[in-house]
Ligand binder design. Structure first.
Ligand code: AMP
Length: 394
């Protein structure tokens, strides 16, 4: 078992806290502060417990000097200060004299936030490449490392795996909750367990589909992925999105798991990928050459309703249609409505699925909505998270 912050003494210690404050920012204004709020419990626990908290986070992808303006963490430090009603000292550097002076001046309960860890990527990908010298520098600033950045647990970066391998370490409340919720749904689910996988490309989800077939009672496949299955089964899919590299995979897993894999039986097809397109509801074996599959159909939705209403655990990743285009959004909206009413334990992950939840007004206390799309997907694949493996054991 990994140590969490209730297992360690930190009063008076300098705690390097890795958060995932990779929030959307438009014209300098944060448009969704969910990720900041998600780590407040950990920050307050450390703050009231008398730690000196040094916060590290990444924001966006920093590829050129000009990205520094777009991806400064200054607005995040201001928002965090508002939410905590406390001063957060922002240091606009990732290392150097200013950083060391700010850290040395800290008193118990103070918070210092350094600039975006990915600014270090401009100089030879030091953060993303887990550069040892950089990890040693950051580790030298503190006595203890706490990782609360679930969204980057699947990465081996200097600011998570690097520091954790050099200092005593623990996970924060957010990471603990994410890992506990997802692990229990995967390893010890109340059955039936239904895994719903949508999205665009089968190749991105091969590992997830394979693992889901091992653990679930039903695997519902939606979005664009069914068209690769249909092509593998010899149907005409017209102009639908097909992942040709995955055809053999689809043929094999379908043959081996016919009773477990639930593919749509009817779909909405469109004349183009626009809201002005002509649409038609059709059985999946009657798609014409000039048509594109964009959403699941009504018969499919009523089959989903039957399966989902019997489920005791549901895991959902990836939208079931092109929900961003209103004319093609019905299936994903209906699924969100079904999940809102469900009494099952739910794990929902992936940026697009969460966008769909927000768009269609999802509300259900039984759901764990993950803050880490990539990390939750890797857990669904049955993989270990490098950011977690490296944390000290109890
Ligand atoms: P992913 O990143 O793989 O989870 O894919 C999410 C994207 O899949 C969303 O932008 C959806 O619009 C898209 N998508 C869902 N259904 C389809 C479809 N039938 N054809 C093309 N794209 C789709």
């Amino acid at each position: 078992m990994k140590k969490n912050i209730t297992d360690v003494k930190f009063k008076g210690l300098k705690v390097i806290l890795r958060c995932d404050f990779n929030v959307p920012i438009k014209d300098g204004v944060i448009t969704d502060d969910t990720r900041i709020k998600s780590s407040l419990e950990t920050i307050e626990f450390l703050m009231y417990g008398g730690a000196k908290i040094i916060i590290l986070s990444h924001l966006g992808r920093v590829k050129e000097e000009a990205d520094k303006l777009k991806y400064s963490l200054l607005p995040v430090s201001k928002r965090l200060s508002e939410l905590l009603n406390r001063e957060v000292v922002f240091v606009p550097y990732t290392r150097g004299n200013e950083v060391e002076t700010a850290v040395n001046n800290m008193k118990n309960g103070d918070i210092v936030m350094l600039e975006n860890t990915r600014f270090e990527d401009l100089d030879g990908k030091k953060e993303s490449g887990n550069d040892l010298e950089l990890a040693k520098y950051w580790a030298s600033l503190g006595d203890l490392f706490v990782n609360d950045a679930f969204g980057t647990m699947h990465r081996s970066h200097a600011s998570n795996v690097g520091i954790a391998s050099l200092l005593p370490s623990a996970i924060g409340f957010l990471v603990k909750k994410e890992v506990d919720e997802i692990s229990s749904a995967l390893n010890n689910p109340r059955r039936p367990l239904v895994v719903m996988l949508g999205g665009a490309k089968v190749s991105d989800k091969i590992g997830v589909i394979e693992n889901a077939l091992k653990i679930a009672d039903y695997v519902l496949i939606g979005g664009a992925m069914p068209y690769t299955f249909y092509k593998a089964l010899g149907y005409n899919v017209g102009g639908s999105l097909v992942d040709d590299a995955s055809i053999d995979f689809c043929k094999r897993v379908y043959e081996e798991n016919k009773s477990k894999i639930i593919l749509p039986t009817d779909v909405v097809v469109a004349s183009s990928m626009t809201n002005e397109a002509n649409t038609r509801l059709t059985s999946v074996n009657m798609i014409n050459n000039n048509e594109i599959g964009v959403d699941v159909g009504v018969a499919t939705l009523s089959e989903y309703k039957r399966i989902l209403s019997s489920a005791n655990t549901i895991i959902w990743n990836g939208p079931f249609g092109v929900f961003e285009i209103p004319k093609f959004s019905n299936g994903t909206r209906k699924i969100v409505e079904m999940l809102s009413l469900s009494k099952a334990k739910m794990i929902i992950g992936g940026g697009d699925s969460i966008a769909a939840l927000n768009q269609f007004g999802f509300n259900n206390k039984n759901a764990h909505v993950s803050t880490g799309g990539g990390a939750s997907l890797e857990m669904l694949e049955g993989k270990e998270l490098p950011g977690l493996s490296v944390i000290s054991d109890v």
